[in-house]
Design a protein around this ligand. Structure first.
Ligand code: NI
Length: 266
């Protein structure tokens, strides 16, 4: 089982690096030759039955993950859950889904058409969660989605993959805290997500997070190629709870701003 989990994350990591070249450089910058602990990854989807959060979660549950938390993002029309493995050294997994029925008729029609292109059996294949977009989408559809929901547009274009990996700052050699990591990133000219401030959260909520703005990469739409925001790298510093155990959850107010790391840079 452990081998399967490790192999799955290796597949997700390679897929992620292919469209997020800055992550590879930042990984080298922060590692100082030591291993970096990946705190969590995140995946995005639509809440239509064929591809919803539970369909993605099943891939992780099969490998020993359990649901540990639920989150709501009202203005972005998202639900999310996080999952943890019985082996706490494995990354946590954060999966969100767009509540399609709360969106415009136009968005609903596009997303329904995309999801209708998939055979249901495809979603249980081992490689589904690192298979990218399992549908054809046009640039015109992408732009319509983008005007209403950046999340919908990103998910339509990029499909199933890790939207981000996350460096656990606590175990980094040579960096005492998230502030010093952010300073190193800015000194190396990486753009950080400043929505809600460079650092989301606090010691009081037991979790501080920051992230880069997404790289840009080419997507082959069915009517031609277009360069759009791809994936980003996140940095998390976790604090201990009163019982001395490290907090393993997420903070909705912070995650709400982290989602904006795939917005187009101004
Ligand atoms: Ni995250």
């Amino acid at each position: 089982m452990h081998n399967n989990v490790t192999e799955m994350f290796e597949q997700l990591w390679q897929q992620y690096l292919a469209v997020t070249p800055s992550a590879k450089k930042i990984h080298q910058l922060l590692s100082n030759g030591e291993t970096i602990i990946n705190d969590h990854i995140a995946l995005r989807t639509f809440n239509l039955a064929k591809v919803n959060l539970d369909v993605l979660a099943a891939h992780f549950i099969e490998l020993g993950y359990q649901e540990k938390g639920q989150y709501q993002f009202v203005s972005k029309k998202l639900n999310a859950k996080h999952f943890e493995h019985s082996d706490p050294s494995q990354p946590k997994v954060f999966i969100s889904e767009l509540k399609v029925e709360e969106c415009s008729a136009e968005l609903q029609s596009i997303v329904t058409e995309l999801v209708a292109q998939i055979d249901a059996g495809v979603t249980t294949a081992k490689n589904f969660i690192y298979g990218g977009a399992p549908w054809s989408v046009t640039q015109a559809q992408y732009q319509v989605l983008l005007a209403e929901s950046e999340y919908a547009a990103w998910t339509a274009a990029w499909g199933y993959r890790a939207n981000h990996f996350t460096v656990l700052v606590n175990t980094l050699d040579g960096y005492d805290d998230l502030e010093s990591v952010n300073t190193a990133l800015k000194d190396a000219s990486y753009a950080l997500n400043t929505s809600g401030g460079e650092i989301k959260g606090s010691e009081a909520v037991l979790l501080k997070q920051s992230s880069t703005m997404a790289d840009k990469a080419m997507v082959s739409f069915s009517d031609g190629d277009l360069e759009i925001p791809s994936c980003f790298y996140e940095f998390a510093q976790r604090y201990n709870m009163a019982n001395g155990q490290q907090y393993t959850g997420f903070v909705a107010a912070s995650a709400d701003k982290i989602f904006e790391s795939t917005n187009a840079s101004k």
